[in-house]
Structures are given as C-alpha cells and as structure tokens.
Design a protein around this ligand. Structure first.
Ligand SMILES: [Zn+2]
Length: 338
C-alpha cells in the first residue's frame, strides 16, 4: 500500500530542495524594488522629462576642473545629498591643486563607522578639448546613476535595516580630473583618483575597501560588450552577470532589446589580469584593491568626440545600469560574504 502522507512529505522536501538549488544559481529582482524603479526612474533619470527631481539633465554642461560649471556640479551634488537623504551621509571633500588647476573629489559615505566598504565611483569632470565637449557617457550618465543609486540605498537603509550587514558601508566617489588636459600620460590624467588613493592609503581606508566599482562610458546608444578584467573582481562580475540575466526578464529588459552586455565566459582579459585600460581604478588596483571596472570594450564610437553628448545617450541603457547598480549594492550590503 502506498503511504500518501509519505508521498506528500517527500514532495514537500523535494520542492524545498529544488527551491534551494534553484535559488543559489538564479538571481531574482524583488517586486518591491521593481515598483520603486517604476515610480522613480522616469522622474529622476529621464533624458526628456524636465522636473526638479531629474538628476541627469543638470549634468548636461561642460565640467572642466576649476570652472564655474564644475563648481555648479559640485554644489548640485552636495545639495542633492543634503536635501534628499534620510540618513546621515558623511561628506569628504578632497581638494588640491596640480598643474595649475584646482581639483575637488567628492566622497559621500553611508555608515561611516563600518569596518568594510563597497565603493561606487565615476568622474564628474569633462575634457577640455574639443571645445564644448559634454561627455554624456564620459561620465555624466554614470554620475547621475550614482546619485540615483545613493537615494535607493538610503531608503533601503531606512526601511529595511534588518537586511543590512552592520559592518558594511558604502562610499560614493565623484572624481575630478580624470581627463588629460593635453595628452594622456602618467602625470597628465587621473588627477583626482591618484590623489584620493594616496590619501586613503595614508588613512588606512584602502584596506577597508571590499570592492571598488568604477563606471565609465556607460549609458550610450548601441550594443556594447563589457568584459571581465580582473581576477580579484571576477566574483563580483559574476554576481552582476546574474543580476543582468534577471534584469533582461523584466519590462526594463525589453527597453534594451534584451541585449546582454556582460559575459562571464569571455575570459580574454581575465587570463591576462593586467592593467590594460588606464582609468580611475588604476591607483587603487595598484594597491591591491579588488576592482570591478565597468567600461565597454571596444569603447563606444562617440568616445572623446563632440558627439559624446546627451543626444547619443540611450534611456534604456541608463535605466539598466541604474537598476543593476541598485540590485548589486543592496545584495552586497545584505550578504557581504557571498
Ligand atoms: Zn574620457
């Protein structure tokens, strides 16, 4: 005789096992988060919807170090954190002079007493030449995405603190002086990141960085590929790859025509594990910090041309990276060791 009760118990056990096995390999985007993106993305990161909550359009100006436009963006960033955050974010201003220019890195930290930090970064300065260069993807859009992600994690921190590991904190870095003034060299480029990496090495912050994420050349039109570059950051790349898979199944995935940018199986750069693209992560990478460098390869065709403007940005791609970064950061804050 078949014992119906045993069949039922076995079936339940089997379901639990399947759920666990499935859950460990598949990322899911929370319904609650999707509602949040639905309510906020069009207001805050729209290329066309002009309103006071829009954090992208204010970056549609030149941002050469030391100019009044650069000062405007600096105060815009600071006003944003002062006016919209519910938690106390610690402000670090790293100001210095080099090669006759004044530079200002801006760093905001959530949970400054944390032992370990995830760093998200982008550069807010724009190239001196060609005249009028805006740098839509380089890096206006990445900076706006960082503002959006900051507000998201701020809300998570207020409303869902139980799911945040108390030892974890977030640092959001807006670098100045990434671009060269004349020709790219070790001394004419990365002014801000070189200065901050040195300062953080002296202060002991470098050892506290779990992952250093840098967004650059993100948000432009066209289909891009973002490879995995460094062994120390590859675990984080895999997590982001799984988040991207989940993202492509949402309505926002449709906006990007379900184009996949990450590929965890393409290991060309990973096998070399060398600094092949010089960028703001370099001074931190050289000090042994695990880096996740989010930059397309090859670079989008508008790179360093006057066409890298807001007309060549892509709404679907901007929304995508905002969502990917929110999901990534929330996961890291909740499960730092996974
Ligand atoms: Zn550039």
């Amino acid at each position: 005789m078949v014992n119906n009760r045993n069949i039922l118990v076995n079936w339940i056990l089997c379901c639990i096992f399947l759920r666990t096995a499935w859950g460990s390999s598949k990322y899911e985007i929370d319904e609650f988060n999707l509602k949040y993106y639905n309510l906020t993305l069009d207001k805050e990161l729209s290329l066309v919807n002009k309103n006071e909550d829009n954090v992208l359009l204010p970056f549609n100006i030149t941002r050469v170090p030391g100019t009044k436009e650069s000062l405007f963006i600096q105060s815009y960033i600071q006003k944003y954190y002062n006016n919209t955050m519910e938690n106390d974010w610690d402000l670090e201003i790293d100001q210095f002079e080099a090669s006759g220019y004044n530079f200002t890195n801006i760093v905001y930290t959530l949970n400054p007493d944390a032992k370990r930090f995830v760093v998200l970064s982008a550069h807010y300065d724009s190239k001196l030449e060609p005249k009028g260069f805006i740098g839509g993807m380089d890096s206006a859009a990445p900076c706006a995405i960082l503002l959006y992600v900051s507000r998201f994690i701020d809300q998570v921190y207020s409303q869902d603190k139980l799911n945040i590991d108390g030892e974890m904190g977030v640092k959001i870095v807006f670098f100045d002086g990434e671009e060269a003034f004349k020709e790219w060299s070790d001394t004419d480029s990365l002014y801000g990141s070189r200065h901050l990496a040195k300062k953080w090495a002296q202060e002991g912050v470098i050892e506290q960085i779990e992952t250093f994420v840098l967004l650059d050349l993100i948000g432009s039109e066209g289909n891009h590929t973002i490879p995995t570059y460094y062994r120390k950051g590859h675990k984080q790349y895999r997590l982001l790859n799984d988040i991207e898979d989940a993202f492509l199944q949402t309505v926002y995935g449709e906006q990007t025509k379900k184009h996949k940018e990450l590929n965890k199986r393409e290991r060309g750069f990973l096998s070399m594990n060398q600094l092949l693209i010089d960028d703001d992560h370099a001074p931190f990478w050289r000090q042994g910090v695990p880096v996740l460098h989010l930059i397309p390869n090859p670079f989008p065709p508008v790179w360093h041309t006057i066409d890298d403007d807001f007309h060549h940005l892509d709404q679907g791609n901007i929304n995508k990276w905002a969502i990917l970064m929110c999901e990534y950061l929330q996961t890291r804050m909740a499960f730092p060791n996974e």
